[in-house]
Design a protein around this ligand. Structure first.
Ligand SMILES: [Zn+2]
Length: 279
């Protein structure tokens, strides 16, 4: 059994992925500053703008991000993509506050989220974040991870079923294990990927002339709507299930914004740092 467990451990680690683009670390003071900024934020209100208007607004922002962000797309995809034109944007007229990247090129934006993004900087940062997931190839990593999780889950529960001596039960338990293991595989590493998507997305936003600091206000508002420790005001908001909305995220975005500004001031290329670096 010990051998089986260490084999499973190896299998899981084969799917572990280290982010290539690591956002700057934050100090306790920076986190405290972010917390005070969030506390000054008024309780977010939905904008009374129409779905059609928001769709047109998001489409224009997306096009701008794709055109101006081409150097970021080339750099972060290791030249796999020569431009950002491989990505497409779809809309869902649904009041859920959500956005996600899926497939090999799609981004889905819900009207519920658009009505909380009051400035173009905010909407640009949300779209840039989802583009970041595609550029860092997170969907493929996710699928690999989920596949390994399924195998591990099937082996574990299948083995338990086999111990019972009932062949039908063993088969059922293997199926159940594959499903549970697949989900665990997806969920187990998402925080690092979220940070990487924020980091890459911020540079797309900066290249397109939007303001990362102003955009980060969206995440302060989301935190206000759904603080980790507080009650869920928007139970139906899937964004909170898949995306961290904590003060640390807001503080990190503010720090990224400073990094962007210092690169601009010293005429450096507006591209994220790659690999390990001094914090
Ligand atoms: Zn994300």
């Amino acid at each position: 059994m010990k051998k089986l467990i260490s084999l499973l451990g190896l299998l899981l680690c084969a799917a572990c992925s280290t982010p290539e683009y690591i956002s700057p670390g934050i100090t306790a003071q920076e986190k405290a500053l972010s917390q005070s900024m969030i506390s000054l934020e008024e309780y977010p209100q939905k904008q009374e703008t129409s779905y059609v208007h928001n769709k047109a607004r998001a489409t224009a922002i997306f096009e701008k991000l794709k055109i101006a962000g081409a150097p970021v797309c080339r750099f972060t995809s290791d030249q796999k993509h020569n431009s950002c034109s491989f990505m497409t944007l779809q809309f869902k007229n649904d009041e859920t506050v959500n956005a996600y990247a899926h497939g090999s090129n799609n981004i889905v934006l819900y009207s519920g989220l658009m009505s909380y993004a009051s400035s173009d900087d905010e909407l640009a940062l949300v779209i840039g974040h989802e583009m970041g997931h595609h550029l860092a190839d997170h969907i493929n990593e996710d699928q690999k991870h989920a596949a390994v999780g399924s195998v591990v889950g099937a082996i574990l529960l299948g083995a338990l079923g086999a111990l019972s001596g009932d062949a039908n039960l063993a088969g059922e338990m293997a199926n159940l294990g594959a499903t549970a293991g697949g989900q665990a595989g997806i969920l187990s590493y998402s925080k690092e990927q979220e940070k990487e998507a924020d980091y890459i997305g911020s540079y797309l936003v900066a290249q397109a002339g939007y303001d990362v600091e102003k955009g980060s206000r969206f995440f302060a508002k989301m935190y206000k709507l759904n603080p980790r420790t507080g009650s869920k005001d928007l139970n139906k908001s899937a964004l909170f299930d898949t995306h961290p909305t904590d003060d640390e995220r807001h503080a990190t975005l503010l720090k990224i914004s400073k990094e962007v500004e210092s690169k601009k001031a010293s005429s450096q290329a507006l591209l994220p740092f790659k690999g390990a670096r001094k914090q």
